[in-house]
Design a protein around this ligand. Structure first.
Ligand code: FAD
Length: 348
């Protein structure tokens, strides 16, 4: 059996590993020993009992594939270097995703750390009255929605550098979200950026580029993702761009390498980085690995406009598709259904 090594057990990596473990000798290398359904991590911050529903140990859904918990430091055309070990491959899948500040994503080696830290964050949240959310994109808005619908006594401020929330979505969606948050007592500051903070007693006072001061005991940074591609720097420095995204061709191959595939957040494909897209990359990578073995032509990945789901607490949400916007209870239920479906598929 040919050896397939996969770097990263997020949406792309776990799907490729599970789909191919009967056809290939698969090794999944991940910095953590579990899969996490990141889109629902925001509800875990306000309700730690849901952590068990969004995390699943890799060895619970992989029957044959091997798991290495560790951080890949370097790769070559034939090998992966992890914790002083060299792992040879016939095919490599790079699906190392992206970093986001804690508590949204992190790369701990132990599952208990992450779950404990999420629980600790829950208690910080309970003990804080003034909460600052930096960034009014999808994560910032969802987090504000989660907190206001679960706690009635918090004073929440969202600082957003643009003139409307979730500005890549249709105007109608931005307006709905703004109305929902303001109705729930969230203060939104547009067109300003947080520049720094200083400690005053137990509180932190943040200040913006326009001089606005905001006191808060707890702040969440909800801006910007950084691709996890440090291991490319030594051997393939020309195949990462200035931001760290990896050069990927239309077959999801690493440019110039037929035996190496790239999928998920870490690719340099110009599209919204989402779990949905990562799963579609996984599907193409799976098919192309099988095609390569059967000497069949490779399938092209085509970027498609996709629906986007955003939740505002447990009962409201938005679905957008191109200019279409659906608001209210149904989008929230669809988002829950998507999570359950994905976790069920893995557990099967
Ligand atoms: C707060 C938040 C909310 C979101 N909400 C939504 C949503 O509602 N809908 C949606 O579609 N998308 C959402 N997303 C985006 C979605 O989570 C990502 O697009 C998706 O997780 C990307 O999947 P991936 O497989 O590329 O990588 P990831 O899920 O990031 O997984 C990568 C894995 O690789 C591991 N890794 C990294 N470096 C190394 C290394 N050197 N060696 C070994 N392992 C490594 C990491 O630990 C991780 O396990 C959200 C993201 C965040 C942060």
């Amino acid at each position: 059996m040919k050896k397939v090594v996969i770097i990263g057990g997020g949406f792309t990596g776990s799907k490729v590993a599970k789909s191919l473990e009967n056809e290939f000798d698969v090794t999944l290398i991940d910095t953590k020993n579990y899969f996490e359904f990141t889109p629902s991590v925001l509800s875990a911050i306000t309700d730690p009992t849901s952590i068990d529903n969004i995390q699943l140990m890799h060895l619970h859904y992989l029957k044959k594939a091997k798991l290495i918990v560790g951080k890949v430091e370097k790769i070559s055309e034939k090998e992966v270097f992890v914790d002083k070990r060299k792992i040879a491959f016939d095919y490599l899948v790079i699906s190392s995703g992206s970093k986001y500040s804690f508590p949204f994503k992190e790369h701990d080696a132990l599952m208990t750390n992450r779950a404990n830290r999420l629980r600790a964050h829950y208690s910080d949240l309970q003990n804080s009255k003034n909460i600052l959310i930096i960034g009014g994109g999808l994560s910032g808005v969802e987090l504000a929605g989660e907190i206001v619908t679960k706690y009635k006594d918090k004073i929440i401020t969202v600082v957003h550098a643009m003139d409307r929330l979730i500005e890549r979505q249709p105007l109608k969606a931005s307006r709905y979200v703004q109305k929902f948050l303001e109705k729930n007592r969230v203060k939104i500051i547009f067109n300003e950026m947080i520049k720094g903070s200083k400690r005053i007693g137990n509180d932190e006072e943040f200040f913006t580029d326009k001089g606005t001061r905001i006191k808060s005991e707890l702040a969440f940074l909800c801006v910007g993702i950084t691709p996890n591609s440090e291991f490319m720097k030594k051997s393939f420095p020309k195949l990462i761009d200035g931001k760290g995204y990896i050069s990927t061709d239309e077959f999801l191959n690493l440019k110039g390498f037929k035996n190496i595939f790239v999928g998920g957040d870490v690719t340099d494909i110009k599209e919204e980085k989402t779990a949905r897209v990562s799963l579609e990359h996984a599907e193409i990578i799976k098919k192309n690995l099988i095609n390569l073995e059967k000497n069949k032509p490779l399938e092209r990945y085509k970027h498609k406009e996709r629906a986007m789901l955003l939740s505002l607490g447990n009962h409201k949400g938005i679905l957008t598709y191109k200019k279409f916007v659906m608001k209210g209870f149904i989008p929230r239920m669809i988002k829950k259904h998507v999570q359950n479906k994905e976790m069920r598929w893995l557990k099967k």
